[in-house]
Write a protein that binds this ligand. Structure first.
Ligand code: GLY
Length: 593
């Protein structure tokens, strides 16, 4: 076994902060076993086993779902820094069981005040690569503000109790998971400062391997400050100073004022239904909730009008794949035309979810044939055209505690390793969320993609997102938590997780494992995971251009059964495992597989 660590700083801080063993006393699902983890206690389903365990340990120590969510998110940034961390941001949908309320919190990165479309002009031409990598790509991070806000608003414990276990994990080190290990080679060499980020992933030029013991002492020190001094250490103190210095020395315009002025925004969740289920999800600046609800509305309207039953069709057959793809194309076409963090987009959002429109769009679906691209979505407004960036970072987890509180939280630094910048002193990996904006109306990003005018970069704006933290209710009772990672595929993949449980009757583990499809209208390609030849042929015969290239998306789910049992599952595609709080009644003490 080789040992990797960033720098050579010796720290003992977080050991002092942590009274309980992080990794003891929680029940973890075994890899490769198909059934979901079941428990009558609190559960956490993250896309990394250690993060799930950290969350469950906070539940075991008297924390509720919101305390556990903060700890889980911070732990993800330690063990899987290519996807998320305190240099990024996210969205949380929170169910407060006592109040019976669902609330949505936006702690997405915002554009610095000095950032405008002109910032990306080189010799008068927009250069979208500047939004991909380097200082201009970095949005003002919201993660710390968001997580501390959840704990302050709802938590049972002080924020420091959520910070301590991840701090200890970074300090003591951990065994490198296979997902990060497989991405270490291709991506870590692109980070700007091999001494502080890639240093712990590389040893004499050799990428770390699965099972290697890795430590993150620089980040441990940062988390220690965060635990001891609170969010001010980040937004007004030395952590923020290091971030601003790093960004500015690489051509960025973020200032300490941008950090100090950062605000978590509480928003009204978007809500809708499919059959007997009420669904709450994230509103703008996420497109996720709007697109999921619209696609489900179109699907239900299609079923009602034709007698087609999605639930009765075998999941691997071409008919439900085609109908679902067509519903997604209608919803994604409108996403590209209208959505962004702008008043005009918010004005459209209501119309976006107009049930009368669902029936009209469903009527256009031909079970035997795709339509011309311009026939998808709302025809009344002129198309501004476009699709969404092909980003792959991001992490989603679900927590439901013993009292029935729930947090569905998606967090990201956007692309793997974000802007490929890391705070020299803090070890914080900085996001490149600015690439989720269009840098100029009509300008292409690195992927040759164009987005709606409402999503053009501007001071203080938050870029349009696909992150889709979602909660499901039946007769007012919480029955499910879903969400995923993988850029625009988050939306289609989260939706299929929901349908697999609540239309097809799968358990949570089957629901997140079953092969999925994705279509986002533009490019006009249907992504299908592992299709049998006859299924691919049947889809091609309907006019679909089949894309077999997959990048890893991962859906996490917790389902609450009628007797109160929680079923938790992490997507095998990223190798995550859920964890359960030990049974405090002393009976059994373990979740079951
Ligand atoms: N950067 C991923 C998303 O927000 O959709």
């Amino acid at each position: 076994m080789r040992i990797h660590q960033e720098g050579a700083i010796h720290l003992t801080f977080c050991a002092l902060l942590t009274s309980a063993a992080v990794l003891l006393g929680t029940t973890v699902a075994k890899a490769g076993t198909p059934p979901p983890l079941t428990s009558e206690q609190g559960v956490v389903a993250a896309d990394h086993e250690l993060a799930s365990r950290v969350g469950a340990s906070v539940l075991a120590n008297g924390g509720n779902a919101m305390d556990a969510a903060a700890a889980t998110a911070l732990a993800l940034g330690v063990v899987s820094p290519l996807s998320s961390g305190i240099g990024g941001g996210g969205f949380a949908l929170v169910y407060d069981a006592e109040a019976g309320e669902t609330r949505a919190f936006d702690f997405r990165e915002s554009a610095p005040e000095a950032l405008t479309p002109e910032s990306f002009l080189v010799d008068g031409e927009p250069d979208a690569s500047l939004a991909q990598r380097g200082g201009l790509a970095v949005g003002v991070p919201g993660e710390v503000a968001g997580l501390s806000h959840l704990v302050e608003t709802f938590g049972n414990l002080p924020f420091s109790q959520s910070v301590a276990p991840p701090c200890r994990l970074a300090h003591a080190g951990f065994s490198l998971g296979w997902f990060v290990a497989t991405q270490a080679g291709p991506f870590a060499d692109r980070v700007s400062d091999p001494d502080s980020l890639a240093g712990w992933l590389y040893d004499d030029g050799e990428p770390a391997r699965r099972g290697d013991h890795v430590r993150r002492p620089r980040l441990a020190r940062t988390l220690h400050y965060l635990g001891r001094y609170g969010p001010e250490a980040f937004y007004e103190g030395p952590i923020g100073r290091d971030i601003v210095d790093t960004v500015q020395s690489d051509g960025g315009v973020m200032t300490m004022d941008d950090l100090a002025n950062y605000e978590v925004i509480e928003r009204e969740p978007v809500t809708g239904s499919y059959r007997d289920y009420e669904i709450a999800s994230m509103p703008l600046p996420s497109s996720g909730g709007l697109v999921i609800l619209k696609a489900l509305g179109i699907l239900e309207a299609y079923e009602d009008a034709t007698g087609f039953s999605f639930a009765d069709e075998p999941p691997g057959s071409s008919a439900p794949m085609h109908i679902l793809a067509e519903a997604l194309k209608h919803a994604f076409a409108d996403r590209a035309r209208y959505l962004g963090d702008a008043d005009e987009a918010r004005a459209v959002a209501e119309r976006f979810l107009d049930p009368d429109r669902y029936a009209e769009l469903a009527e256009r679906i031909d079970p035997e044939r795709v339509l011309l691209p311009e026939r998808y979505g709302d025809q009344d407004l002129e198309a501004a055209a476009g699709v969404q960036p092909d980003d792959r970072g991001t992490s989603h987890f679900c927590v439901i505690d013993g009292e029935g509180n729930a947090v569905s939280l998606t967090t990201t630094i956007n692309h793997y390793y974000g802007a490929k910048l890391v705070g020299e002193k803090s070890g914080v990996v900085l996001n490149n969320e600015i690439d989720d904006f269009a840098v100029e109306p009509g300008a292409e990003n690195l992927f040759g993609l164009v987005q709606a005018a409402a999503n053009v970069v501007g001071p203080g704006k938050r870029p349009l997102s696909s992150m889709s933290p979602t909660l499901v209710f039946e007769d007012g009772e919480l029955v499910g938590c879903f969400g995923g990672s993988g850029g625009p595929r988050i939306i289609s993949n989260t939706l299929q997780g929901f349908l697999n449980v609540f239309a097809r009757g799968m358990d949570a583990a089957e629901a997140v494992s079953t092969p999925r499809i994705h279509h986002q209208w533009s490019p006009d390609e249907l992504v299908v995971e592992d299709p049998p030849r006859d299924v691919a042929q049947a889809l091609s015969a309907r006019g679909h251009d089949i894309d077999l290239s997959t990048y890893i998306t991962a859906v996490q789910a917790v389902v609450v059964r009628e007797d109160g049992t929680r079923e938790a599952a992490s997507d095998p595609r990223k190798g995550g495992l859920p964890a359960a709080e030990p049974d405090r009644r002393g009976a059994g003490g373990e979740g079951d597989r």
